[in-house]
Design a protein around this ligand. Sequence first.
Ligand code: ATP
Ligand code: MG
Length: 297
Amino acid sequence: MSTVSDSLRAGPGFDLAALDPASTPGLPPRRRTRPDPKSWARAELAVLGTELARQQEMLFAGVKSDPADRRRVLLVLQAMDCGGKDGTIKNVAGTMNPQGLRIVGFGPPTAQERRHDFLWRIRRALPDAGHVGVLNRSHYEDVLVARVRELVPARVWRARYKEINIFEKELVEQGFALVKVMLHISYEEQRRRLQERLTDPAKYWKFNPDDVDNRAYWDDYQRAYADVIERCGTGHAPWHVVPADRKWYRNWAVAQLMLDAFQSLDLRYPPADFDVASERKRLEHDEPGRSIKVNGR
Ligand code: ATP
Ligand code: MG
């Protein structure tokens, strides 16, 4: 486990309000991040990305060669509006092979989704074995926005923490490595990012007037996030809180968390289930219309 993961894991007694969204926990000391931490983190992300892609390939190959292998990695991304979920997906998940990725975003439930329990749409969005999944918002919205905006009675959202813990335990038992990440931005950084969306016409499409309304509920959301982290941060599926005012740090930190999840699976390329030497020989001597038999094949 890397020191980055250790410093970002929200263990018992974690205090969200005390974590500076502009901080950079786990970043190596300044002398190692020359010429400047930002360029260093960007270069390091490229290195991490190459390794993430290799790990993802080993995960895929393992399941292909052994269908009993049910392992997979699931990144659960939560954040306030403009928290950087999309940028994280582009920069971190974007280093991996799109064929092995399943990325699903969640908005307000549709009429069909509302006819089922809140985990129904999440179950349907999970990655197959051998794949990497990303949830852009998730079942946690049902104890965040649902609580803060009073979409359901308190007894309903309160009961959900336990349901979520049971659900996630089930996933881990099925072979999921869960990476639960809250991207933590400041109130001022959110203002800056919303202003950007109102300044650059190429960003108007990202702006939603509701996001400005939601700022009035900032403290309620922070309290709801703190409760989520306390109640659903478990040994098998801990929460990580990534200070996210600095995008270069955020990308580097989430890539580290993903790499740790892969490494916890101790992946290897599967050995050949055929005789490598005789297959090489067959290939060397074959001709169109005539296949070479070696060892009876
Ligand atoms: P950005 O961070 O760029 O603003 P976004 O994730 O907010 O992106 P949008 O499509 O703008 O993407 O918004 C999705 C909205 O759906 C959010 O406001 C979120 O709170 C809401 N939502 C998600 N799940 C639920 C849910 N279960 N119940 C009600 N609202 C939900
Ligand atoms: Mg939004």
